[in-house]
Design a protein around this ligand. Structure first.
Ligand code: SAH
Length: 206
């Protein structure tokens, strides 16, 4: 997976490659092909992205000064795999999931795999989690029409980085936002397809 899907497509950050070699993806993703080059169901109608996209978002979200001890927020816990990658990198991770059943399963998987320090919150992640901020890195792993304002406010003013798929329900553009003081620099990258970000500052849903 690491050689054929990540290195071959331009994931170069050695820390990210090492984390992908270490975290047991098969403990997070069920089915016959946990290391397959495609998105996969994680329950409750949700999916985890193919490994390359998880790696790409992780590489883009690397905090200024590196991952070690960096306060990091993930929106959309899903299986817990992305949170495990971040924790393996040394980040201090809070992850928010709106489906309690997914959060429960992810909590068990993260604990079984030894990532006990990850904090999992059941809430609407479009509101962020102000108590844990400001964040050096925020990864939004569901797609919405725009970057939720609360997340911008909770981004660290000295170089905080946020990565999110921004667009419609069918497809989005992976977007990187860097904050310096009150200035935001937004860069649109490649097209991606994520499940919807449902919440007060996202899309409407059930
Ligand atoms: N990062 C996950 C995959 C995420 S799939 C992994 O590593 O497996 C997207 C997840 O976002 C789904 O579980 C969905 O329930 C969740 N989600 C969607 N909108 C949300 C919101 N407003 N707050 C928190 N979680 C949300």
């Amino acid at each position: 997976m690491v050689a054929e899907q990540l290195e071959a497509r331009g994931i170069t950050d050695p820390d990210v490659l090492a984390a992908f070699r270490t975290v047991p993806r098969h403990e997070f993703v069920e089915g016959d092909e946990p290391y397959g080059d495609h998105a996969m169901p994680v329950g409750s109608g949700q999916t985890i992205s193919q490994p390359y996209i998880v790696a790409r978002m992780t590489q883009l979200g690397r905090p200024r000064g590196g991952w070690e001890g960096a306060r990091t927020l993930e929106i959309g816990t899903g299986s817990g795999y992305q949170a495990a990658i971040l924790s393996e990198l040394g980040a201090d991770v809070t992850t928010i999931e709106r489906h309690a059943s997914l959060a429960d399963d992810a909590r068990r998987r993260l604990s079984d795999a030894g990532y006990d320090s990850v904090e999992i919150v059941v809430a609407d992640g479009t509101e962020g989690w102000p108590a844990g901020g400001p964040y050096r890195s925020i990864l939004v792993t569901a797609g919405g029409p725009s970057v939720p304002q609360p997340l911008v406010e909770q981004l660290h003013p000295e170089g905080g980085r946020l990565v999110m798929p921004v667009g419609g329900r069918e497809h989005q553009l992976l977007t990187l936002v860097e904050r310096n003081g009150d200035e935001l620099q937004s860069t649109e990258l490649e097209p991606v397809v994520f499940v919807p970000l449902i919440g007060r500052y996202g899309l409407r849903g059930d």
